[in-house]
Design a protein around this ligand. Structure first.
Ligand SMILES: Nc1nc2c(ncn2[C@@H]2O[C@H](COP(=O)(O)OP(=O)(O)OP(=O)(O)O)[C@@H](O)[C@H]2O)c(=O)[nH]1
Ligand SMILES: [Mg+2]
Length: 285
């Protein structure tokens, strides 16, 4: 699944799998690393790959994110190019399509957010615009949020799956371990609770994930920021902000991962975490 930031790729992944795997926020560039959503359709195991959005990135960290999105093409049998139909395609869209051309793989156009369109006629214009620039194998008009039209995508992808053994156990929905999913859910809370650029300046990592005898899980996480000023904002007055993030994270983790979570958050300053090789490797960048 490729497309510009905010197109709705992560929302679609979650709808396709029927489980929240990737975090979703109203802000662009939410997804930082590849997430797999695994599902069984008939006798095929389908692995959907959600990646960061593609745009003309200027800073090294964002460029690495975009690069990781493009490189996912190599592993895919089918490419879904996703576009937010509430926005007109731009010159930047055109530049991305040019690059998409050399993938040489079946590629479908997915126009998303049709629920938010007052006038559906603009969809036909968009299909025309895209078809003039790239030969799409199929096109879909969907609402990733409501699920409208999503079943057709699964059926299309299933038809293109190569024969071969399944790569994952039947009941597995993602390759990400619980501690990674939990860290992402806390990062999502940071997007909801913190304003402006701050969510982009932080990284969340689960340091300890400890099941307790009573069946609950103690999750210790660190929120890494770039400077003292950011740390003050994340902590908030008398620690109120961090507490609110922690409460939101506990609720989200308990609900989405179906466990009784206790979440302990710490804030750490690490000026250059974006160039830290360990963090980069962890994010697959
Ligand atoms: N109305 C409407 N909103 C949608 C739909 N799908 C996604 N959204 C919203 O669009 C915003 C972005 O969704 P994401 O799924 O995070 O988009 P993304 O493509 O993964 O974005 P990046 O991770 O930044 O690349 C969120 O506010 C979603 O709720 C849809 O079908 N209809
Ligand atoms: Mg995303």
């Amino acid at each position: 699944m490729l497309g510009a930031p905010n197109a709705g790729k992560s929302t679609l992944l979650n709808t396709l799998i029927g489980q929240k795997i990737a975090i979703v926020t109203p802000k662009a560039q939410t997804t930082r690393s590849r997430m797999l959503g695994i599902t069984i359709e008939g006798d095929a195991q389908i692995i959907f790959i959600d990646v960061p959005g593609i745009f003309q990135a200027k800073r090294a960290f964002e460029q690495a994110m975009v690069q990781s999105a493009w490189s996912a093409r190599a592993d895919a049998d089918v490419i879904l190019w996703m576009h937010d139909a509430t926005k007109n395609p731009s010159e930047e869209t055109e530049a991305m399509l040019t690059r998409l051309m050399d993938a040489g793989k079946p590629t479908a156009l997915v126009l998303n957010k049709v629920d938010a369109l007052a006038n559906k006629r603009s969809l036909l214009k968009q299909i025309e615009w895209f078809s003039e620039r790239l030969k799409f194998d199929a096109h879909f008009m969907i609402s990733a949020r409501s699920g409208e039209g999503v079943g057709d995508i699964t059926a299309y992808v299933q038809r293109h799956m190569p024969a071969g053994p399944w790569l994952y156990p039947e009941d597995q929905m993602t390759d990400a371990p619980m501690r990674v999913l939990a860290a992402e859910l806390t990062r999502e809370q940071c997007f909801f609770k913190l304003r402006d650029e701050l969510p982009y300046s932080l990284h969340v990592e689960t340091e300890r994930y400890e099941p307790r005898e009573d069946g609950s899980v103690a999750i210790h996480q660190v929120i890494v920021v770039e400077n003292e000023r950011q740390k003050m904002i994340v902590l908030g007055k008398s620690g109120q902000m961090l507490k609110a993030i922690g409460t939101g994270a506990r609720t989200a983790i308990s609900r989405e991962l179906d466990l009784q979570a206790h979440v302990f958050l710490f804030v750490k300053v690490r000026e250059d975490w974006k160039s830290d090789p360990a963090i980069r490797q962890h994010l697959g960048l």
